[in-house]
Design a protein. Structure first.
Length: 158
């Protein structure tokens, strides 16, 4: 998803604006986080992240878009990996036995490897079927790391 300060402020405020809902931004984990704040305060927080080097503005023609800086991505990478692991837990807890893991393909490699580190650290073999399904759809280097995690989880279960 690409956007600027205004759309981010709407997401953070929990706007029910048609465009926000059409884009599915109401599904974001941060949707409505600053619901109780005036929009000026939300914008000030966004500006603070820009001024302090966590986000930057890049221009797509004349349209300013927010992007993570390296410093900001280091934080978001960790947060996103944790959110994906929570999603894995929800999938496992749902009892489903078929897993569509395509959504993880073509994601930031460092974040994916961090997610796999987190899965491995759980030492929980319940992740093996999910990892096996994921292994079928991703690229070789990720598949190799997934296999390492599967082996580690199986070994820990022994």
């Amino acid at each position: 998803m690409r956007g600027g300060r205004s759309i981010l402020a709407k997401v953070l405020k929990g706007s029910r604006e048609k465009r926000v809902l059409e884009l599915g931004l109401d599904k974001s984990p941060v949707y409505g986080h600053y619901m109780g704040l005036p929009v000026e305060d939300v914008m000030a927080r966004i500006d603070w992240t820009i001024l302090n080097g966590y986000l930057a503005l890049e221009y797509d023609y004349r349209l300013p878009l927010l992007v993570y800086t390296d410093r900001g991505w280091e934080i978001e990478k960790e947060t996103y990996a944790a959110e994906l692991l929570q999603g894995f837990d929800r999938i496992i807890d749902s009892g489903t036995t078929t897993f569509d893991m395509e959504h993880l393909k073509d994601r930031d490699r460092a974040m994916i490897l961090r997610l796999l580190d987190k899965v491995e650290a759980t030492r929980d073999p319940r992740y093996v079927p999910l990892l096996t399904a994921w292994q079928q759809v991703d690229y070789r280097k990720v598949r190799e790391r997934i296999q390492g995690v599967i082996d580690s989880l199986r070994q820990g279960a022994s």
